[in-house]
Write a protein that binds this ligand. Structure first.
Ligand SMILES: Cc1cc2nc3c(=O)[nH]c(=O)nc-3n(C[C@H](O)[C@H](O)[C@H](O)COP(=O)(O)OP(=O)(O)OC[C@H]3O[C@@H](n4cnc5c(N)ncnc54)[C@H](O)[C@@H]3O)c2cc1C
Length: 476
């Protein structure tokens, strides 16, 4: 309704008139196929590590770039856990897409659309989308279509819950900036509620019990950040309740199972020393204020963070495209989706099809980023060889296939300590170390990896102010 009302607004109409609408109602308009006088159009789905690295490397002189995503920024996920307790500000880990690839806001036929992809018509080279709106006053979502010459699917993955009842309703995931904001708000709210007169001892303990499910790098880093926050900031600023707040980390198998065994032992020792209670158990049910483990024990919580890995999202499952073992979008060694023309897939949503004989790569930023870079170079090469238009790259020389070489993993465990595992794969050889020097390497490495100078400076300033003045505990 409100969208149709916008048609009386001249500025909105100008915007809409850029679209080819043919005889279809405006409500379902869109960007039609590119014409001979236009540049070929690359449509990118998603603004994560893969999609953004791809857009950064794509040459806007060769292609118009149209990006569709429900968020207009990339999240620097390795530092997301630090924002939950105020070590870093939220904006320090969010990089606007228009800064990564300025063409989408400058070039006349390149765009960013705040929308989600709902379907792909591979035969006709068309993507169906729906706008993303939020808030009571927001316009109703509407649908539109975009024709592509080349399509890059970089839709990421979604958290796995193993079908456990109550996870979606009661737990908070840690994948987006709004998740980190929700965690911070809840944590500070619980701290303040626990000081209110009349609250029972039992309720106080529950409110201040932070439970993290999943002992992978994200769960461990978040637990480490929380214990630092408790030891340094809660002890000083919430002295009345300092003895009530606790962190419990629940893991069904090994903590940090992909890391070297010595590093795992170090992490276990370090977390325990910082007051994190480590529980080996499987969550059976999640209720409003408690979780039930498979041995029948009940764990009351005030804050529950869920971090047990990722799997294919509903949109990936719904796409009628070849799949890899495990249900990701199937790709070949050149990151092309086999059996369809001009579709590529990168990052957590893609995996090699069985016929390649290659294993599925881990869901890591370093995989997504390098696939994005490789694919940008590949499409630039194809564009330069006049293969940019739809169905024009059938006989193109794709050159060398994508090869992934693991450079290692890092994780911080709190108290100025981290793990650095530089072995090439789980059983491979290489250096592995833990402690303060590793923490320094961890911080330096991520500071240099932050996408822009603007955010690098934000991060450095946030770290310095946290060191000097403690974390910000205002609940805004
Ligand atoms: C807290 C945390 C810490 C991490 N730390 C590390 C680390 O230290 N090192 C490391 O290597 N990896 C790390 N990872 C993993 C890494 O972040 C992921 O592997 C990486 O983000 C994958 O990139 P991607 O582009 O495939 O997906 P994502 O970054 O998840 O991006 C997916 C994009 O698709 C968009 N999207 C979703 N649905 C739709 C739709 N229907 N239509 C359009 N767009 C859509 C999303 O909004 C998003 O922009 C971490 C992950 C988390 C959550």
């Amino acid at each position: 309704m409100s969208f149709l009302r916008n048609l009386s607004n001249p500025s909105s109409f100008t915007f809409l008139s850029r679209f080819t609408t043919s005889s279809a109602p405006l409500r379902y308009g869109g960007l039609g196929p590119t014409q001979a006088h236009q540049k070929p159009r690359v449509v990118v789905l998603g603004t994560g590590w893969a999609g953004c690295r791809f857009m950064k490397g794509l040459d806007p002189r060769l292609y118009d770039i149209v990006c569709v995503s429900p968020r207009n920024h990339m999240v620097f996920t390795p530092l997301l856990a630090s924002t939950c307790v105020g070590t870093l500000e939220f904006r320090s880990v969010a990089e606007p897409v228009a800064r990564i690839q300025p063409a989408i806001s400058k070039e006349p036929a390149s765009y960013f659309f705040l929308a989600k992809c709902t379907a792909i018509d591979a035969h006709n080279h068309v993507v169906q989308c729906e706008t993303v709106t939020e808030g009571a006053q927001a316009p109703d979502p509407w649908k539109f279509t975009i024709s592509y010459d080349k399509l890059v699917i970089a839709l990421g993955a979604q958290p796995t819950t193993f079908g456990i009842h109550g996870v979606h309703e009661h737990a908070i995931f840690l994948r987006e900036v709004h998740h980190a904001q929700e965690i911070r708000r809840k944590l500070l709210m619980n701290l303040m509620m626990s000081e209110v007169p009349g609250i029972t001892e039992e309720e106080k303990k529950r409110l201040l019990h932070c439970v993290v499910v999943g002992g992978g790098p994200t769960g461990v880093e978040f637990s480490g950040e929380l214990s630092d926050f408790i030891m340094r900031d809660v002890r000083q600023r919430y002295a009345h309740v300092k003895d009530y707040i606790h962190v419990t980390l629940i893991e069904a198998n090994e903590l940090l199972s992909t890391f070297d065994v010595r590093l795992r032992q170090y992490a276990t020792k370090q977390l325990t020393k910082s007051g994190v209670r480590l529980v080996r158990g499987i969550v059976k049910d999640v209720q409003d204020q408690k979780i039930i483990l498979n041995d029948g024990s009940e764990v009351p919580y005030g804050l529950l963070v869920w971090s047990t890995g990722v799997g294919p999202s509903p949109i990936i499952k719904s796409l009628d495209l070849p799949k890899s073992p495990g249900g990701r979008i199937g790709i070949d060694e050149w990151l092309r989706v086999p059996s369809v023309e001009d579709i590529f897939s990168i990052g957590d949503c893609s995996g090699y099809v069985e016929s390649t004989g290659k294993p599925t790569l881990p869901a890591l930023a370093q995989v997504a980023e390098r696939q994005g870079k490789y694919l940008a170079n590949l499409l630039n090469k194809i564009g330069n060889a006049n293969g940019g238009r739809a169905n024009c790259a059938k006989d193109a020389d794709f050159g060398d296939p994508f090869v992934y070489k693991h450079v290692g993993s890092m994780a911080s465990v709190g108290s100025y300590k981290a793990l650095v595992d530089l072995r090439h794969g789980k059983e491979g050889k290489g250096l592995s170390m833990a402690g303060f020097v590793s923490w320094f390497i961890w911080r330096s490495a991520y500071l240099t990896r932050v996408v822009s100078w603007r955010n690098r400076i934000y991060v450095a300033i946030n770290w310095t102010t946290t060191l000097l003045f403690g974390r910000d505990i205002s609940r805004i």
